[in-house]
Design a binder for this molecule. Structure first.
Ligand code: MAN
Length: 520
């Protein structure tokens, strides 16, 4: 495994010197379980004062297997106090502190075996071996850090270069934007000007169209009137200008249900309660009701079939197939209901033909509109680029821009069930190997300090909602390594993911050394 965390470079000479000094210091007389740094607090010639200052006892009470101090400081070398601390010097390896309750419990906690002194021989001293391994590991890690920090330096240079390029790009884009906006205003002005002209010339056409429409409407109304009058005269057999109930009853066309008889109800349908109607009433009220039946008779209008299977075969001259048994208001065979209405919107594609001069103006205006649309799109594109660059420039890519080149780079990790993908400073996703959609495990949020390192972990938050739970989120712990790579992905809590990432960007050899232990 090639990663490293908070280990600082030691060369073998320095390690040897430190080791010799420790061996010399390990001989300093002190009560059992006391570290070198605490030794001065235990003077055999003075009474002992507990570390918390509450009690002072004769020195002979120290390590007498009776707990006198609340903080357990009088019994570092016995298990008498529950909260005491036993210090293993572990000469040759790393000193450690263990709870003094583990002293003489039959388990070897210290590599030098000093925690199990009542039964000598219980523990073998393994400190030399372990120390040797640890020193070899420290050297390996120191070497890793040395190599990694060279790579990090390169990343820093590239990162700064990238940032500078982005700043230059932003400056250029701001200029482009000013120009594009100027262009847009010009195109807008040109479009307004040409549209004004276009409207002026089209006004003549629109007026002519309106006149034409009115004319057509009048002609249609006149034709309707004429046709209705002809029918009125045909039915008004005594030619007295009044169509009576008797005159209606003998006309088959008013026999809505085609049962061979024009009933009272059928008459009422056309003329309400009137005894007779004159021509004007006929044209306005009766004709619109009668016309669809006439059209059906002439085969000019067919109501839509409601059930294809049962649709009767219509002959051109066939009578309208009306439901004679039940002519209710809901009768869907009523041709009146199926006629196109005046306010029905009928899409018709008309291509207006203009005179050449007008056409030229219409074309110019339409070209100006399209150019304005292009100019507006261009401004929007530049604005979006500016926004992206600004967002990136505002991101924290590390104290020396060491993480900048990683922006947008994606790394994958596969376990048995899922493929995880981390796109640096953007998002984390999870895809099941059994198919299904990608699940968002979080979007770039912020750096999180980890073991005194401001850039120790990244937080990706606000991912896809978890079933009956919060939105998914991911913490990416970052350590030094010679390449950028995800080492593991876990889900310690449901929908909370943890990634271990190594990268040379984290190999910082300039950090102050952290003394992990008080001896060695
Ligand atoms: C999916 C995955 C899992 C997650 C569950 C929660 O199966 O995203 O990681 O634990 O949903 O329901």
């Amino acid at each position: 495994m090639v990663y490293f965390k908070w280990i600082y470079p030691f060369d073998s000479f320095a390690l040897t010197i430190i080791f010799l000094v420790i061996c010399a210091q390990s001989d300093v007389p002190r009560p059992r379980g006391v570290s070198l740094s605490k030794a001065p607090l235990y003077s055999p010639t003075k009474d002992f004062t507990c570390f918390d200052g509450t009690v002072t006892i004769p020195f002979s009470y120290v390590n007498d297997d009776y707990c006198d101090c609340f903080d357990g400081s009088d019994e570092p070398g016995t298990p008498a106090c529950l909260n005491g601390i036993f210090h293993c010097s572990n000469a040759g390896h790393r000193a450690v502190n263990i709870p003094s309750s583990r002293v003489n419990d039959g388990v070897c906690d210290c590599c030098d075996g000093t925690d199990e002194y009542v039964q000598p021989g219980t523990c073998r001293n393994t400190c030399q071996e372990l120390g040797q391994e640890a020193r070899a590991e420290a050297l390996r890690l120191a070497e890793l850090l040395r190599e990694g920090s060279t790579l990090r330096q390169e990343l820093i240079e590239k990162g700064n270069k990238k940032r500078k390029e982005m700043a230059d790009q932003l400056e250029n884009l701001e200029k482009d934007k000013a120009e594009a906006e100027k262009m847009k205003s010009e195109k807008e002005a040109l479009k307004d000007e040409l549209e004004t002209k276009e409207n002026e010339v089209l006004k003549v056409y629109r007026e002519a169209e309106e006149k034409e429409r009115q004319k057509r409407a009048e002609e249609e109304s006149e034709a309707t009137r004429k046709e209705a009058t002809e029918h009125f005269n045909r039915y008004d057999s005594d030619r007295n200008g009044q169509l009576t109930i008797d005159e209606i009853r003998v006309r088959n066309v008013f026999d809505k249900d085609k049962d061979g008889e024009v009933t009272e109800e059928e008459v009422k349908h056309f003329i309400d309660d009137a005894e007779s109607v004159n021509l004007d009433y006929f044209i306005e009220h009766v004709w619109p009701l009668l016309k669809p039946f006439l059209m059906m008779e002439q085969g000019m209008f067919r109501p839509p079939a409601h059930d294809d299977a049962e649709e009767p075969e219509h002959e051109m001259d066939e009578e309208p197939d009306l439901d004679a048994d039940n002519p209710s208001e809901d009768d869907t065979d009523d041709p009146q209901e199926d006629l196109p209405h005046e306010d029905d919107h009928v899409e018709t594609e008309t291509h207006q033909v203009y005179d050449p001069a007008t056409q030229q103006l219409v074309d110019a205006a339409s070209e100006a509109r399209s150019q304005l649309t292009d100019a507006e799109r261009h401004v929007r594109e530049i604005e979006s680029n500016i926004k992206n660059i600004r967002e990136n420039l505002e991101k924290d890519y590390g104290s020396q821009q060491e993480f900048a080149t990683l922006e947008g780079q994606c790394f994958e990790y596969e376990d048995k069930e899922y493929t995880y993908r981390l796109c640096m400073f953007q998002k984390v996703t999870q895809k099941s190997k059994n198919g299904g959609a990608e699940v968002g495990l979080g979007n770039w949020g912020e750096w999180v300090e980890n073991e005194d390192n401001k850039y120790g972990a990244m937080k990706y938050t606000n991912g896809m909602g978890c079933w009956n739970g919060p939105n998914r989120m991911t913490t990416v712990n970052i350590q030094c390594g010679l390449e950028t790579k995800i080492l593991s992905v876990t889900e310690p809590f449901r929908c909370e993911y943890k990634m271990e990432l190594i990268t040379p960007a984290a190999c910082d050899d300039s950090k102050p050394q952290h003394p992990a232990h008080d001896e060695l």
